[in-house]
Design a protein around this ligand. Structure first.
Ligand SMILES: Nc1nc2c(ncn2[C@@H]2O[C@H](COP(=O)(O)OP(=O)(O)OP(=O)(O)O)[C@@H](O)[C@H]2O)c(=O)[nH]1
Ligand SMILES: [Mg+2]
Ligand SMILES: [Zn+2]
Length: 404
């Protein structure tokens, strides 16, 4: 679908009030065509109207409507029959039962969400969908009903539009606290396999604390973390880059040194993205979109121009979109977000995400040692002796101080 026709669809669907169920619309249409009975209602007592012989009622209308004016039951019967005929008249379904009686649900993956509508990838075909009105985020702890990456069951009619009927249980969730409701979280990506943490060596400069935050967030959400250091063309000495990332490599995290500008490391990047769903995380301006464009030029992503004065990247990617890769797999380019996933983490539990510190901490005198001011702290001793990298210890302390 071209950008223009896509926009048109979008606008039209908003005008149509897309969340309305098709059979309700159909019923309303039929209702208009049939005049209601304006006879004054005779006063009736409920017990004057016996139940049907088999104890059942013909319709699923509200119980109060069981007592109805003369002719009203007949009118409704006609109304429903008319609506049913209307719905079965489309050529594709003429031999089949009405589709709201037996809906054939198709499976798809949500690739974009906006204003109660979403774009669903149905085995390569894109389908614009509304959401079934009964779907609700209530009591889920999340603010959004569907998120990018969700696997959904969709019913489609002859209009070329679909309705999301059901959201399948999620394997993984990457979420952040909601801006307006701090006790709720907003799902950024569902069902991702891994997080590619992108940082730049310069412009903006490497920020190890943020890498640690993303690592913790990924692990808390059971996603495999990968690290990519971009813009290595701006490094005076590549050895400096490697030394800065050595502690991460020692912990077993895969690290790729890359440059979207020169093409270094792009092949390795392509290999780790192949066949998986990857969420990108990283500050604005580090080159996430540029790296993706280098991996697959046909993606044609918008990239920002680094402001010469501040050296800071401008925010260019504004919406979470899942991009299908021709080699298989999806990437989710998230807008430059500072952090996600650390809400609810208690300072006491932070050490679990620092296996290097945790291994040494068993030697501390106090079991509840915070490794800051306590005497006989094995962690501080290890840092002083050069056995633990200072940056890891610093990051731990900074994040520890920000929690709770
Ligand atoms: N020198 C150099 N510049 C790069 C490289 N990769 C990207 N840039 C530049 O960095 C700027 C920001 O790149 P983007 O790809 O827009 O960054 P982003 O991470 O997608 O940013 P947001 O969309 O705001 O999150 C652009 O001006 C790019 O040209 C690189 O490898 N080397
Ligand atoms: Mg971008
Ligand atoms: Zn200690």
């Amino acid at each position: 679908m071209t950008d223009k026709s896509y926009d048109k669809h979008w606008q039209r669907s908003i005008k149509m009030g897309f969340e309305k169920e098709p059979q309700r619309r159909q019923l309303q249409k039929a209702k208009k065509q049939l005049k209601p009975n304006h006879q004054p209602k005779p006063t009736r007592r409920r017990d004057w109207l016996p139940e049907a012989a088999d104890g059942s009622d013909d319709f699923d209308f509200e119980p109060v409507e069981r007592i109805m004016p003369r002719g009203e039951r007949e009118r409704r019967r006609t109304l429903l029959a008319t609506a049913l005929v209307d719905m079965t008249e489309s050529p594709s379904t003429s031999q089949e039962p009405p589709h709201y009686v037996e809906v054939s649900h198709l499976r798809g993956t949500v690739v974009e969400v906006s204003s109660g509508l979403c774009r669903v990838d149905m085995a390569g075909q894109m389908l614009m969908c509304g959401l079934r009105g009964s779907l609700s985020a209530e009591d889920t702890g999340f603010t959004n009903v569907v998120a990018v990456g969700d696997e959904v069951l969709v019913s489609a009619d002859s209009s070329g539009w679909g309705v999301v009927e059901q959201v399948q249980p999620r394997r993984t969730i990457l979420a952040r606290p909601d801006v307006f409701h701090s006790h709720l979280r907003q799902i950024i990506v569902a069902n991702a396999d891994q997080v590619l943490i992108v940082a730049s060596w310069r412009n903006p400069p490497l920020w190890p604390e943020l890498i640690d935050r993303y690592l913790i967030a990924a692990e808390r959400n059971k996603l495999a973390p990968l690290i990519c250091i971009n813009k290595i063309d701006l490094a005076e000495d590549l050895l400096d880059c490697q030394a800065a990332l050595q502690s991460y490599q020692a912990l077993g995290y895969p690290v790729i040194f890359a440059s979207a500008l020169t093409g270094v490391g792009i092949d390795s990047l392509r290999e780790i993205l192949r066949g998986r769903t990857t969420a990108l995380a990283g500050l604005s301006g580090v080159g996430k979109s540029s790296l993706l464009s280098a991996v697959q030029p046909s993606l044609q992503l918008r990239t920002g121009i680094v402001s010469e004065a501040s050296g800071e990247g401008r925010h260019t990617t504004t919406q979470v979109t899942m991009l299908p890769l021709t080699m298989g797999g999806f990437v989710v380019d998230t807008p430059g977000i500072r952090e996600f996933g650390l809400s609810g983490l208690s300072p006491r539990d932070l050490i679990q995400f620092y296996p290097d510190l945790e291994a040494v901490a068993t030697g501390c005198r106090f079991a509840n040692c915070s490794h800051r001011h306590e005497p006989a702290c094995a962690v501080k001793a290890a840092v002083a002796a050069g056995k633990l990298p200072l940056t890891r210890y610093d990051n731990y302390q900074k994040i520890y101080g920000s929690l709770g």
